[in-house]
Design a protein around this ligand. Structure first.
Ligand code: MLT
Length: 254
């Protein structure tokens, strides 16, 4: 299988260990802004927009997690980064797990934020198709209305999350939903991931309940769990200090 990468939009902050911060669906790189000031003294932060998201290209076709991992590999090549810490939020975590399987030698450490390793249940797959159908009728608003209130336990964040989702191209959203629905079960290769890893999970996450990151931590080779109290599915925005601390611990452990 050949994968044709695209040139991702990205921004950089700080100096030190390369850390690539990979946002989830249907967001963009700005979700990481609250933790940038805490990490940029210690790390060279690279914040890409995944394909179909933010300012990146919106190509046709299904965005498999493996294909999006290829985009990250191409970005690392273009920045001449041989090895990096990868930190992935939710769908970004699925992408990082695909990257870990394809390019283990390019990964120095792994942070998995509000994410899981298991593939979709048949019910979850059906609900993704429903969302695609809804989007055909109502546009991206359908996604914004469903997701913005569901992803955070902090009501004051809902409005800015809704606005962020409204910026998303519906074609990119459809392609990503299809890619997530067909992703393989990463539990099968978790034990082969031997780099230091931290699993960061909000205790109030309704989308990916704590049980799933706990299972993932147990299956990973060298991982620890950072439970974030008072955070839902967007811990980097809800509890930026605690998330920064966990990522700094990972960097210091390398
Ligand atoms: C995400 O936040 O990236 C996605 O909602 C995760 C998912 O739908 O599985």
């Amino acid at each position: 299988m050949t994968y044709l990468p695209v040139n991702l939009a990205y921004e950089e902050h700080g100096n030190g260990t390369p850390v690539i911060l990979v946002h989830g669906f249907p967001f963009n790189r700005s979700i990481w802004y609250p933790i940038v000031p805490n990490l940029e003294q210690k790390a060279r932060l690279i914040l890409p927009d995944l394909r179909g998201h933010g300012q990146s290209p919106v190509p046709e076709g299904v965005y498999s997690m493996r294909l999006m991992a290829e985009d990250l590999r191409a970005l690392m090549d273009s920045l001449q980064i041989d090895k990096a810490v990868l930190a992935g939020h939710s769908m970004g975590g699925y992408v990082c797990l695909a990257f870990a399987k394809a390019y283990p030698q390019r990964m120095a450490g792994l942070a998995l934020v509000a994410t899981q390793a298991a593939s979709d249940s048949p019910e979850r797959r059906a609900s993704r198709q429903q969302m695609i159908d809804e989007m055909r009728r109502k546009g991206i608003k359908a996604v914004a209305e469903a997701m913005a209130p569901a992803v955070t336990c902090q009501p004051e964040l809902v409005d800015s999350l809704r606005k962020m989702i409204m910026l998303m191209n519906p074609k990119g959203a459809t392609s990503s939903l299809k890619g997530m629905a067909e992703r393989p079960n990463a539990q099968e290769w978790l034990s082969g991931i031997t780099v230091p890893s931290v699993v960061i999970a909000g205790t109030e996450d309704k989308l990916i309940p704590l049980e799933k990151p706990k299972v993932m931590t147990q299956l990973l080779g060298r991982a620890w769990l950072a439970e974030i109290n008072g955070a839902g599915h967007m811990p980097m925005m809800e509890q930026p200090h605690a998330v920064s601390t966990a990522i700094l611990q990972l960097i210091n452990s390398l």
